[in-house]
Design a protein around this ligand. Sequence first.
Ligand code: MN3
Length: 197
Amino acid sequence: MAYELPDLPYAKDALAPHISEETLNVHHGKHHNTYVVNLNNMLDGDDSKSLEELMKETAGNAAKAGIFNNAAQIWNHTFYWHSMSPNGGGKPTGAIAAKIDEDFGSYEKFAEEFKTAGATQFGSGWAWLVLEGGKLKVTKTPNAESPLTGGATPLLTMDVWEHAYYIDYQNRRPDYMGTFLAELINWDFANENLANA
Ligand code: MN3
């Protein structure tokens, strides 16, 4: 057996015009798929461990960086697809809304921190909403790194690698991040992750 590329949780054109079908064809069909192909090649098709197990075993081990990077990028991308919805965007609802008010002061303060995390991640990486020690936090990670290996529970993520936005927004990362929050962010997914944390 081997690791497989998970399907997108929506049609390839479902996020347009905010994220185009062309972006999803390249980002899911090529970038995400390449991580799957690479990991299977590195492990000779052995899929006996979960991606989470592989990530935790290889994090910080320079000799295993190839396995870590590909396993983590498969996991991070699958998590990112679910962090967006064709019906998403805007203010949170449910338990996550109350917890955001409690831990950040307001939705506006959370949004500011989340956009700052994405904007200040120099080069490639990810912005995250996580639960750590019972509190919500915004974090950022470079390259393939994930808060999962640092003991936090990811609730949502935004890919800020250029390949996530370049076709639709060119160099305008702030416009992509603003659209992610206003039109795409999937609070139902965050609420599910919070309930299971
Ligand atoms: Mn990506």
